[in-house]
Ligand binder design. Structure first.
Ligand code: HEM
Length: 438
């Protein structure tokens, strides 16, 4: 392990915040597992998304802890990570397949992302908002598209790191666009809360939003993060975050996966073979099949690794001074987990630039091997709480879509394009493919 050279990467310019870039998986897990490292980088771009320090992603200390614990408990109460979600997810995949076939009949090629971005959070909508989103209602996904664009632009314009740009150049820096996009998403989710209030029966929560309404109603302690106007803001911000976090990451991961399989036919063939052998063609795949489908698992792991869609993770800040490997790290130090580097380090992976799921399999390809340098969900005290759902959704989507379909390059644009739009996220450029029934 090459020691990190702190004096090289600690920036001490008086007007800049000191930062530590973490390029090593072991050190990253150790550092982000420290309570002091649960602080968050306070940039107006992210704070705008929650309209202030509310909810889970942009909060710290007791507020963060209480909100995160409540969110996890409520999600689990309504089926998060449990087998009851399986039929909900499978129904969404079936809709995606039907839609892809229809689009193929009409246009000869299909832009799969359009369906992924509507479908992947539907199961989550069911447990959070008690209803499925209609596949014909694109309102929310369009709002999220606009939001993703404005966040990506805020990185490109410099606004993400230089919040003062919002005052001197609100239009050019993209700040005005960002505010509009977040206003629209908040308005949409606020309406969901209002609709729930009309029929909410205390003591009988129907979904996660009802759990929040109950918690807000019962909060009489002014110290509680559910009390009063701030309680309302925390509830709204959390539900906004859950949909954003779940929709954006999962849909773009699946989009990358389809692109890679389209241009790596030998991988797709092996995937088809495993699905046919374990599941066959006459029943739906199930999460029970997962242990018997190491190749499918390895494909998903390899997609997480090679695309590293959140390349620098979410930035944290130290809440108080700590001693770390002989160094005194000061309160306020910005922590940048270089997840892209960790997941592409030649020393760990040998040939990181190659899409090779086999790297996650043992010699006879019968078992998945875990690699400690896989950090896609940013291990540590604030590790992504949606990981179990994201993994289940991706597994069922991949297994069912490729049980039914074979992806081929678009004959008009056959040359693979793995370029991405970069910002907080690495996003595949729009593409079309041929999805043929098998
Ligand atoms: C491919 C899918 C996903 C990826 C790659 C991903 C990645 C991440 C990463 C890198 C973080 C930052 C963790 C940190 O700050 O230390 C995070 C946080 C978070 N994710 Fe995910 N995520 C995914 C899916 C989801 C889903 C489906 C949900 C919905 C339940 C979700 C909800 C959250 C929340 C609420 C946080 C904030 C946690 C906190 O600050 O305590 N994510 N995610």
């Amino acid at each position: 392990m090459k020691p990190i050279k702190l004096d090289e990467i600690l920036l001490s310019h008086p007007t800049l915040q000191s930062a530590l870039v973490v390029n090593d998986a072991k050190l990253m897990k150790e550092l982000f597992g420290h309570s002091s490292a649960t602080g968050k980088f306070k940039t107006d771009t992210l704070l705008e998304m929650t309209k202030g320090p509310y909810g889970v992603v942009n909060t710290e200390g007791e507020l963060w802890h209480e909100q995160r614990q409540f969110l996890i408990r409520s999600l689990i109460n309504f089926g998060f990570g449990k087998p009851t979600m399986e039929p909900l997810i499978l129904a969404d995949v079936q809709e995606a397949i039907d839609w892809m076939k229809k689009d193929m009949d009409e246009h000869g090629t299909v832009e799969v992302f359009n369906m992924y971005k509507i479908g992947v959070t539907n199961a989550l909508w069911c447990i959070v908002a008690g209803e499925r989103q209609s596949k014909d209602d694109h309102t929310f996904s369009l709002l999220v598209d606009a939001l993703v664009d404005s966040i990506q632009n805020s990185v490109k314009s410099g606004l993400f790191f230089l919040s003062w740009l919002k005052t001197v150049a609100p239009e050019i820096s993209g700040y005005n666009c960002l505010v509009k996009a977040t206003d629209n998403v908040h308005q949409y989710i606020r309406k969901l809360f209002d609709k729930h209030r009309e029929t909410f029966i205390p003591g009988s929560p129907r979904d996660v939003i009802d759990c929040y309404l109950e918690q807000l109603q019962n909060a009489t302690d002014p110290e509680s993060t559910f009390f009063g106007a701030n309680g309302e803001k925390n509830a709204l911000a959390t539900v906004v975050e859950v949909f954003q976090a779940g929709l954006i990451t999962s849909s773009h991961t699946l989009n990358w996966l389809t692109l890679y399989l389209t241009h790596h036919q030998h991988v797709q063939t092996k995937l088809h073979e495993e699905i046919d052998r374990v599941v066959g063609r006459n029943r739906d795949p199930s999460l029970h099949d997962k242990p018997k489908m190491p190749y499918t698992e390895a494909v998903i792991q390899e997609i997480f690794r090679i695309t590293s869609i959140v390349p620098l993770g979410l930035l944290h800040e130290l809440l108080y001074d700590i001693d770390f490997h002989g160094y005194r790290l000061p309160k306020g130090l910005l922590l940048i987990p270089n997840m892209y580097h960790i997941q592409h380090d030649k020393k760990t992976w040998g040939d990181p630039e190659n899409f090779r799921p086999e790297r996650f399999l043992n010699e006879n390809e019968s078992r998945v091997i875990q690699n400690n340098a896989m950090v896609a969900f940013q291990p540590g005290k604030r590790q992504c709480l949606g990981e179990p759902l994201a993994r289940d959704v991706l597994f069922l989507y991949v297994a069912k879509i490729f049980q039914n379909l074979h992806a081929f390059p678009d004959p008009i644009n056959p040359v693979p394009n793995f370029d991405y739009d970069d910002g907080i996220l690495l996003i595949a450029k729009p593409y079309r493919v041929v999805m043929k029934s098998r």
